[in-house]
Design a protein around this ligand. Sequence first.
Ligand code: 15L
Length: 275
Amino acid sequence: MSLDKSRRIVFTGSAGGIGTMTRPLLAKLYPGLVLSDRVEPKDLQANETFVKADLTRPEEVAAVVKGAHSVIHLGGHSVEGSWDQILNANIIGCYNLFEAARTADVKRVIFASSNHAVGFYPRKRKIGTDVTVRPDSRYGVSKAFGEALGALYADKHGMAVTCLRIGNVGYKPLDVRRLSIWVSPEDLVQLFQIGLEHPDIRFEIMYGASDNAASWWDNSRAHKLGYRPTGRAEDHRAHAEAEQKKIGPDPVGDVFQGGTFTSAEFTNDVKRAGP
Ligand code: 15L
């Protein structure tokens, strides 16, 4: 049965970078969209509904999720942080979200995972979504946790969960690494739509990437579910290469998919890192 688009769809983290780029596109598709975050988006429109919620407060999460059909969960800490920050926003916050969703009988959750859940795979290896996670940071570990939590709620409670290992969302790839992992806001919204509407979803992991010739990822499952990306990183290669020239070499980060997330705090021998 297809989704009644006026049903309540809660969008956590909607005031953040990805939220800001995708909100207007989602609003056109889903009139029942309810934006949520710790702070109100600066450019909130008169026709948009916003409910403030802090993910670390279960009662606030329960209040925003109540009556929702689906949740797009982008909320949390979006880069590497201290253990305290990651624990609160991405581990406890993610648990609070899934538990509130279960209690409210939410049917579908889209979880914003990240390429950093598998950041220690080398760039020279193409990976699918069935590989063992190799997080490159505490942040990456929290994304692997979110994927595992999603699998638990799918298997144990029948929630339809889609985890998107998002690359880098933007209007163009920012550097040479991003030529492999870039995703346009339009293509990401297409993946949200699949997660919200495809009848076969039980538990899925897909890569949040556009049609990138230099991709390190096999995203065939997304394609099977109807994903037809329109963004092509190669169209922006000159820009990405020019930007790359401004960045110095990174002997660790240049080897692995996760880039600077792998080299930060790195104390290993590069030959011993990754699978
Ligand atoms: C991410 O997961 C981050 O949220 C984003 O800020 C970028 O750093 C991106 O990964 C990336 O790998 O470029």
